[in-house]
Ligand binder design. Structure first.
Ligand code: G3I
Length: 348
């Protein structure tokens, strides 16, 4: 395998198709090897964690502020990544504004209490807190870093067929428990107010290829579209090598595009639990077929804005922890070599 820095640029190869992005963590910008790899191969970055609410909402300052409707925010982590992106001329997709996970529990509590048994804040309070938070983040980012963010994950992972009715929403989400489905249009309405020209508003979810989940997402997207609140469907794309079905990905992509929306692949990885030549060849085949499908859709006029890998090298993947076995899911190896999957994606 060749050193990834000796290989032709991934994003340049895809310049006529869509942006190629990667999720990066807070340590990468200061690491010369990662910095070089990111700048060579990616034209877009996303924070794997540090733009999520838990890294932006500031409990102490919120308590000190004494405003029951307005959480205090801090932007040191957000700004450090945005500064890096601006310095390197790399575009940013902001992940994420409203999510059931990695949002502090005190944000949902009356009087900002952090107690486990705290009384929940009322629906009305939560809808106001939501709007204030979204506008604080968007106004800050768009003022301090104009033109850098091209898309916002406004709501992440709100549909969960396993949690059942009604409408297949994720009913155990603190957002759903506080506001029912109303938090979704409320989040997008706030984001419409805060967005700058040229930015798109995205609904982002995993298993978006699955027909049951796909149809539930489509119902949601139609409701949002009735108020012109959403621009882009973000299909996360966390796949598993042994059961990835590219025809389902294609069918779902077409179904979302048929609504008139833009499309993004936002968190691409394909779990593969072996680094053997045979397994990595099979992974390469899948990546090759998947990118061929995306290029075909783009050639047919589907507006694919970006394809973002969830990590830069196999060493950074969340999958090894999540699956409790070593994963080899990306295009670059732990040693920062270009894997057969890289060649397959480049073989256009
Ligand atoms: O911040 C704490 C730190 O204080 C503590 O010392 C450390 C000890 O484990 O944990 C740190 O939190 C970790 C956090 O990442 C920040 O690094 C959590 O344990 C860890 O579970 C968390 O995982 C992230 C996960 O989202 C949380 O849901 C992954 O890195 C991140 O890749 C993953 O990304 C999500 C997308 O946002 C949404 N779609 C699915 C995707 C994969 O799960």
């Amino acid at each position: 395998m060749k050193d990834a820095l000796q290989c032709p640029s991934l994003f340049k190869a895809y310049e006529n198709y869509f942006r190629i992005g990667a999720a990066v963590n807070g340590r990468m910008p200061a690491d010369p090897a990662y910095d070089a790899l990111i700048c060579r191969h990616f034209s877009s970055i996303t924070a794997d964690n540090q733009m999520k609410p838990m890294f932006v909402m500031d409990h102490k300052a919120t308590l000190a502020g004494g405003d029951p409707l307005h959480a205090a925010v801090r932007f040191d982590w957000v700004d450090s990544l945005l500064s890096y992106a601006r310095e390197k001329g790399i575009a940013v997709r902001y992940h994420t504004l409203a999510w059931h996970n990695q949002t502090p529990r005190w944000f949902f509590a009356k009087d900002w209490s952090d107690a486990e048994d705290a009384e929940p804040a009322s629906k009305e309070t939560m809808l106001t807190r939501l709007e204030n938070y979204i506008l604080d983040v968007m106004n800050h980012v768009n003022t301090a870093f104009p033109g850098l963010v091209y898309t916002w994950d406004v709501v992440n992972e709100a549909i969960e067929p396993d949690q059942g009715a009604p409408g297949l929403y994720r009913t155990r989400s603190p957002w759903y428990m506080a506001c029912g489905e109303d938090f979704l249009p409320a989040a997008f309405r706030a984001a419409r107010k805060g967005q700058a020209p040229g930015q798109t508003l995205c609904y982002n979810d995993y298993n978006a290829f699955d027909p049951v989940k796909r149809d539930a997402i489509i119902d949601l997207l139609k409701k949002l579209q009735a108020e012109n609140l959403v621009d882009t469907m973000g299909m996360q794309g966390h796949y598993v090598m042994n059961n990835m079905d590219i025809s389902l990905c294609e069918a779902a992509s077409r179904a979302y595009a048929a609504l008139g929306l833009n499309l993004q692949v936002t968190e691409l990885d394909i779990h593969c639990n072996s680094g053997s030549d045979e397994a990595q060849q099979k992974l390469a085949q899948l990546y090759g077929d998947y990118f061929a499908m995306l290029r075909k859709l783009k050639d047919e006029g589907v507006r694919i804005e970006a394809v973002t890998f969830w990590g830069v090298t196999d060493a950074d993947s969340w999958l090894t922890g999540f699956r409790r076995e070593t994963s080899y899911p990306l295009l670059f190896s732990r040693e920062k070599k270009a894997k057969p999957a890289y060649d397959a994606v480049m073989n256009m």
